[in-house]
Ligand binder design. Structure first.
Ligand code: SAM
Length: 349
């Protein structure tokens, strides 16, 4: 089989791979203007494909799920009948409520714009006043909507307030505190990854993309030894100022210390990021029942564990950066980095 593949001409091979790519992204192109689709990178397409699949899967299970924003703009109705959940949503009154919601959002924006115009006009007539300067938000003031693929502050204009799953409240200092803080539905047990020790499993309900866990708890320290504990995230405090949050001690940390590192993009279901000076995990895809929660620790620690994502991870970062620029923001997310002694430079995107 390998011979026949390599025996083909380059042209045939690239035609073959283009066809495979077309099959992979079948039914997706209709949601984008032709020019945008032609320019879109493969990893961005994969991301949209995952969002569409997540949405269809959740809908099939009968779970109320916000429709990804890009799916509101189909150039033509989806063709196949096996995508019935999608076609129904698109063309029957069932979806009208959701679309109305999105539209009313737009209408609100339009109204707000009109109001803005009016106030700008009326300000000219008013006396001069001194206004307080509004501070630019910090990079870690932003959250990310997994459906719109856009950053937002406080709440997404389409999908509303973010959902944070609270830990079970347990006082600091108790033996096994970390385990006791597990939110209902999660369980600590042997990891599915060989030799990785314990891990965290979902045994409750299906967890939708976009759900948040955290913050990560532990000892805040500047001591370099924290970098070697195997349980520390790096926290950024202004330019060139960093501290560690070390979850090694089970009496002052929480369950998040037990979440293992994903070995590849397919099994990663959590993203770690810094928000208001703390580390949170966000589900980047559906987390089914009986599956292990797996986060990406960052390139350096990944290497320590012998995991290499190489160009895949770089492309993924590229996508997020692109979305920052698309939404006219500069650097709007601080992706967290797990730390090890070999690591010198904290990473942002
Ligand atoms: C934050 S702890 C995770 C919880 C840990 N498994 C435990 O039982 O306490 C990080 C440590 O878990 C192990 N680990 C996490 N992800 C791993 C992976 N993908 N492969 C191998 N070991 C992993 C490594 O020993 C790493 O230093």
């Amino acid at each position: 089989m390998a011979c026949s593949q390599w025996g083909r001409s380059h042209g045939e091979r690239s035609q073959g791979s283009e066809r495979r790519a077309e099959d992979t992204f079948k039914g997706l192109a209709i949601y984008f203007p032709k020019e945008q689709w032609a320019e879109m990178g493969e990893w961005e397409k994969i991301r949209y494909k995952n969002m569409k699949e997540n949405y269809e899967f959740m809908t099939q299970l009968g779970l109320p799920t916000p429709k990804p924003t890009f799916m509101y703009h189909a150039r033509q109705p989806p063709k196949t009948t096996d995508e019935s959940s999608e076609s129904d949503e698109e063309w029957t009154p069932k979806s009208i409520d959701i679309e109305k919601k999105a539209l009313s959002g737009k209408t609100k924006n339009r109204k707000r714009d009109q109001e803005k115009e009016v106030s700008t006009y009326s300000l000219r007539k008013r006396e001069r006043k001194t206004y307080m300067e509004i501070n630019e938000p910090n990079d870690d003031d932003y959250l990310f909507c997994e459906y719109c693929l856009l950053f937002f502050i406080d709440e997404c204009s389409v999908h509303g307030s973010p959902v944070f799953i609270k830990d079970t409240a347990v006082e600091i200092g108790l033996e096994e505190r970390a385990t006791l803080t597990l939110p209902p539905g999660l369980r600590i047990g042997p990891s599915g990854i060989p030799k990785a020790g314990f891990g965290v499993w979902n045994e409750g309900e299906i967890l939708p993309p976009g759900i948040h866990f955290g913050p990560y708890e532990g000892k805040i320290t500047e001591e370099e030894e924290a970098a070697n504990s195997g349980y520390s995230w790096l926290i950024t405090r202004g330019q060139n100022c960093y501290v560690y949050i070390d979850g090694k001690d089970e009496t002052n940390s929480n369950w998040m210390r037990y979440v293992n590192c994903a070995r590849n993009e397919e099994e990663q279901n959590l993203v770690a990021f810094q928000y208001h000076g703390k580390i949170y995990y966000r589900a980047c895809k559906i987390i089914l029942i009986h599956s292990e929660l797996l986060v990406w620790y960052g390139e350096e620690y990944g290497k320590e564990l012998g995991i290499k994502w190489g160009s895949r991870w770089k492309s993924r970062k590229g996508i997020i950066i692109m979305h920052c620029f698309k939404s006219c923001l500069t650097l709007k997310s601080v992706i967290a980095s797990f730390v090890c002694l070999r690591q010198h430079s904290p990473r942002y995107i």
